[in-house]
Ligand binder design. Structure first.
Ligand code: KG4
Ligand code: ZN
Length: 351
């Protein structure tokens, strides 16, 4: 059978039903993850194998090491997700995988595994945009959708405000002009000698610091919905060089407060300007303690429905891939097996 000549099962059909069981696979960066999710929101299992230890000594993700590790881990991780969900291949209705954005070698491992499993089980393959999946993570634990909804997506590679008008309909309201918020956390942590990954390290260090010790710049806080974090990173470096005895917890807390002030101010403005009644956050930086606290306070003050995923659903995982894949299958049907991995895939409307 030619790759794209689909059998009835491959076309969706019953598989696209409301209780379809989707196996999700995520390998875009340094987490090998697989999950089984029924009906888009019922998470039966979610397994994440982190490669943090492999990359820590290099101070960041090494693409070639990531691809090799995904290769070794993908089958055991998928097998564990299926065992934990109590299902075998005959029960899976579709296989969804992240096709981008991400590291090309890393993406290819997950995409190839997903296509092979879809062909073996004779079920649809579904291509998922990693950024769209981060939006869906916010809905996984609170499916009470209120659209239009503004999502603040803050990860290691992206910082953007997205208006989700409907499933599959997105408008990018603003994004970073230079560094992503997570990238700023990682670079500042590395400079302060706090290790990798930087976000959780700064979060911990800041617990013992004074957020008002240093008044770092809140770049572009009153200026539109775009972001800029590279000036803040430079301000931290300059301050520490000029004050070598400064307390590291104070610097960490003051840096974190500057990032969070900007993120929360812009998210509120985006909701006000668009008239959205709901605000969600997603992406690894949404695991940050101060951001979570200030996000909830802002939503309460502004009378907005807050979607705040658990920390495990903020950082990379495959439950969000399976969830986004379920909606994609329901609305657009299966993806052709000719769909390739795209390291620069953008978030665009597909409906
Ligand atoms: O979404 P994610 O897991 O992967 C990407 O798609 O990029 O995000 C990873 C980013 C890293 O930059 C990491 O330092 C940051 O999220 N991060 C945090 C926290 N946990 C992870 N940043 C601030 N505070 C945290 N607690
Ligand atoms: Zn991510």
């Amino acid at each position: 059978m030619p790759a794209d000549a689909a059998s009835p099962r491959l076309l969706g059909g019953a598989a696209a039903g409301s209780d379809a069981l989707v196996l999700g696979i995520e390998t875009s960066c340094d987490e090998t993850a697989a999950a089984c999710v029924r009906g888009g929101t019922d998470v039966l299992s979610s397994v994440v194998s982190s490669q943090v230890d492999l990359h820590a000594k290099y101070g960041g993700v090494v693409p070639e090491i990531a691809s090799r590790a995904h290769n070794e881990l993908i089958i055991p991780v998928v097998a564990r997700a299926m065992v934990e969900a109590g299902v075998d291949g005959r029960r899976i209705d579709a296989v969804a995988a992240t096709t981008g954005p991400g590291l090309i070698g890393a993406l290819l491992v997950g995409v190839s595994a997903a296509k092979a499993l879809a062909l073996t089980w004779d079920v649809p393959f579904v291509s998922v945009n990693h950024l769209e999946a981060h939006l869906y993570a916010a809905l996984l634990e609170d499916p009470h959708l209120e659209l239009p909804m503004v999502v603040l997506l803050v990860s290691g590679g992206h910082t953007m405000l997205v208006l989700m008008e409907d499933h599959g309909r997105y408008r990018i309201l603003g994004q970073t002009l230079d560094d992503a918020a997570g990238e700023a956390f990682d670079k500042v942590a590395r400079f302060l000698g706090l290790g990798y990954p930087g976000g959780p390290a700064i979060d911990r260090e800041a617990m013992d610091g004074d957020p008002e010790a240093v008044r770092f710049p809140r770049s572009m806080i009153d200026d539109g919905l775009d972001f800029s974090f590279s000036g803040l990173k430079t301000a931290v470096v300059n301050h520490v060089r000029a004050n070598p005895d400064v307390s590291t917890p104070d610097v960490a807390a003051s840096f974190q407060a500057a990032v969070v002030d900007v993120l929360v101010a812009k998210a509120r403005r985006a909701a006000a300007e668009t008239g959205a009644r709901a605000l969600a956050i997603g992406g690894g930086v949404a695991a940050n303690s101060l951001l979570r606290e200030q996000f909830l306070t802002a939503c309460t003050d502004d009378g907005l429905h807050a979607f705040l995923p658990s920390r495990a659903m903020c950082t990379d995982n495959a439950a969000m891939i399976a969830s986004a894949g379920w909606y994609r299958l329901r609305d657009d049907g299966p993806s052709p097996l000719s769909t390739g991995a795209d390291p620069n895939l953008r978030l665009t409307s597909h409906r």
